[in-house]
Design a binder for this molecule. Structure first.
Ligand code: MAN
Length: 379
């Protein structure tokens, strides 16, 4: 059903520091403005190894300069390629740090890797909340300005902040909107019933549940409340979101997950910022399976979600089968193998173009016809 193209690979990207190599150009935010698609691509850089028995861990100082801290291998626990745990403190550091780079492509050439142009404009980490980088922009045009949420990583944790731009040259920071640990925050592109809505994904420290998708509301994009669980991962499917006072949902569900639903039995989080369609607000979400195979991180797939047009806390359709799966060589092998991570949905005529990160390594696009795609969310 999909026509997939690998677009931007790390080998084509110049590192921003001669001491580093680029290991990822992935998880792109994207927005269409007239006949151009603008992307903010997460570029992950890692210090080039200099000695076999040492590991160099990167960070930014408060002036945004890259600093490298050297550790002996024995001082670290290195079980996940993405993080190193310092044995003495028990605290984690990222093995690479990310910033965002602006790319453009003409709408007519979305599937042509040669048409992607790096403009040189960057969104660079700044301040105490971003000393281990900025990641995974999700772009939403609101009232003629392009807003984006992004993950801010530091020794204070992993949280989500908001920024905006009108030209991808100058960026305005609006600060942290969801504190730690919270990622995969997506804004709806307009007010619905006078309120803004956002999907978010808090990560519980006490493992009473796996990370689930929540929905919140705001009057100003900055202060978020009315938090509700949107996708209840302890049971099979979602109904209407229930609020923190524990009010019953319209359709309480208690069936155990079927085997077919195991693909999303682990973490679930928002993927592409919702877009308006006749059938409702449409979005792809990302999920990984509960089982620990094939690697410690599991396989990430994309599924479809359709929200009620007038009341986004109500889900009208949610795929029970994965609809975007890692099946291409550039998705099954890479920095984190077996990952497709949808981050933007752009409509071009009758086609839906889904931008995604492949294997935490490259930026890719998957194109299909929009109507059958949305229909498939009901299955
Ligand atoms: C996870 C992964 C990494 C990311 C960190 C911090 O480990 O998503 O890619 O760098 O979280 O956000």
């Amino acid at each position: 059903m999909w026509h997939k193209t690998n677009l931007i690979e790390p080998s084509a990207i110049q590192p921003s520091d001669p001491r580093c190599r680029v290991i990822g150009a992935f998880n792109p935010g994207a927005v269409r403005i007239d006949e151009t698609v603008h992307l903010l691509v997460r570029v992950a850089e890692q210090p080039i190894p200099t000695a076999a028995d040492h590991v160099d861990l990167p960070r930014f100082d408060l002036d945004g300069r890259l600093q490298i801290d050297r550790y002996h291998r024995d001082e670290l626990q290195l079980s996940d390629a993405r993080v190193a745990v310092v044995r003495e403190s028990g605290l984690a550091r990222l093995t690479s740090v990310s910033h965002l780079r602006h790319f453009t492509v003409p709408v007519a050439s979305i599937a042509d890797p040669a048409a992607y142009r790096e403009t040189g404009h960057r969104f660079w980490p700044a301040g105490v909340m971003e000393t281990q980088g900025v990641e995974d922009a999700r772009l939403t045009p609101i009232d003629g300005r392009c807003y984006f949420t992004y993950v801010a990583v530091s020794e204070h944790g992993v949280c989500t902040a908001l920024a905006s731009t009108s030209d991808f040259v100058d960026f305005e920071r609006h600060g942290v909107i969801f504190p730690c640990e919270n990622k995969d925050v997506l804004l709806f592109p307009e007010r619905v019933g006078n309120r803004y809505f956002a999907l978010h994904r808090p990560v519980p420290a006490t493992p009473l549940c796996t990370p689930e998708m929540w929905i919140a509301q705001s009057d100003n994009l900055l202060d978020w409340g009315s938090h509700r669980v949107l996708v209840d991962n302890t049971h099979a499917r979602a109904g209407e979101a229930h609020d923190t006072r524990g009010e019953a949902r319209s359709e309480p569900r208690s069936e155990p997950r079927s085997e077919a639903q195991e693909w999303s039995g682990g973490r679930v989080g928002g993927g592409t910022p919702p877009i308006e369609t006749e059938a409702g607000w449409a979005s792809l979400y990302q999920a990984n399976q509960r089982s620990q195979t094939p690697g410690p991180i599991g396989r990430y797939c994309g599924g479809g979600l359709l929200f009620d047009r007038e009341n986004p806390i109500k889900i009208v359709a949610m795929s029970s089968q994965p609809i975007l799966v890692p099946d291409q060589p550039f998705e099954t092998a890479g920095f984190v193998p077996q990952v497709v991570f949808p981050t933007a949905w752009i409509d071009v005529g009758e086609q839906a173009c889904i931008f995604y990160g492949a294997a935490d390594t490259s930026t890719a696009v998957a194109i299909t016809n929009r109507q059958p795609l949305i229909q498939s969310f009901h299955r």
